[in-house]
Design a protein around this ligand. Structure first.
Ligand SMILES: [Zn+2]
Ligand SMILES: [Zn+2]
Length: 268
């Protein structure tokens, strides 16, 4: 059995520097059998990837990669979909992808991957705002997967702040609302392992959120490395698998043609 990585960027994202063909080649060696590719679709004018998406180039790139012996799934990572609902609906209804993830990188004009929003006094207020925006995404957007819930820890760690608090205790009803809405709407929770190689040293979301999702009856979970370059391709998948299992899951999944498909978790 081999790994599934549902969050992998290619040249088609302006902030990534590796091709889909090379990633498929590397996947064979890394024990990855299925890659869920994503490209950033960022409509926030201040975003580094703003206007950087070419659908035709991206789909062509994936078509070329598909000849390799790795399963290729076509996805998008849509930034702030609740603020760009019409565009989100359009991307979703044209049926050209296997899945669409919704991602929150910006709260108003503050990039939460950055330290700046966390240099003021009320840092937990920023965290609460992040989750309020996330609730809007899962309530209103046509997405299959909620990407990297809790990625603000990257900005907090950059600001030198502790990140080992538990949002399921601090903002219990808000996190519960988010997860229950996801369950009702069939939106999968992504476990993103990119934070494991950064100073914050944790997945997004953290174990307590994944556990709460399980306790509420959530069953759709995906695993993704958020690969952008060669050096950290497919990083952290084994740890991610173990974590998902330790939170009570027997399987995880992919999306094929917008439908959730389960796969057994690897034994570590
Ligand atoms: Zn992202
Ligand atoms: Zn990403």
């Amino acid at each position: 059995m081999k790994h599934i990585d549902m969050h992998v960027h290619t040249f088609s994202s302006p902030d990534a520097d590796i091709s889909a063909t090379e990633l498929c080649r590397m996947a064979l060696e890394a024990g990855v059998k299925t890659i869920g590719f994503v490209a950033h679709v960022d409509l926030h004018p201040s975003d580094y990837c703003y206007n950087g998406f070419s659908e035709s180039d991206y789909l062509r790139e994936l078509d070329t990669a598909e000849s390799e012996r790795v399963r290729v799934l076509r996805g998008l990572e849509l930034g702030e979909p609740h603020r760009y609902r019409e565009e989100a609906e359009l991307l979703f209804t044209r049926n050209r992808y296997d899945f669409i993830t919704g991602a929150l990188h910006w709260i108003e004009d503050r990039l939460i991957l950055d330290e700046k929003p966390f240099l003021g006094k009320n840092t937990l207020g920023v965290v609460e705002q992040y989750y309020k925006e996330t609730l809007k995404i899962v309530q209103t957007c046509p997405i299959n997967i909620l990407a990297h819930m809790g990625i603000f820890r990257r900005g907090m760690a950059r600001a030198g702040l502790a990140v080992d608090f538990d949002e399921t205790a601090l903002f219990n009803s808000l996190i519960r609302d988010i997860l229950e809405t996801m369950i009702q709407r069939g939106i999968a929770l992504e476990v993103n392992t990119a934070g494991l190689r950064r100073p914050e040293g944790t997945t997004y979301p953290t174990a307590s959120v994944i556990r709460m999702y399980a306790e509420l009856g959530g069953s759709r979970i995906t695993l993704g490395s958020d690969t952008h370059r060669r050096e950290n391709a497919f990083f952290g998948l084994s740890s991610g698998c173990s974590l998902i299992k330790s939170c009570g899951f027997m399987d995880y999944g992919t999306f094929v043609n917008y439908k959730y498909v389960t796969a057994p978790l690897l034994r570590s």
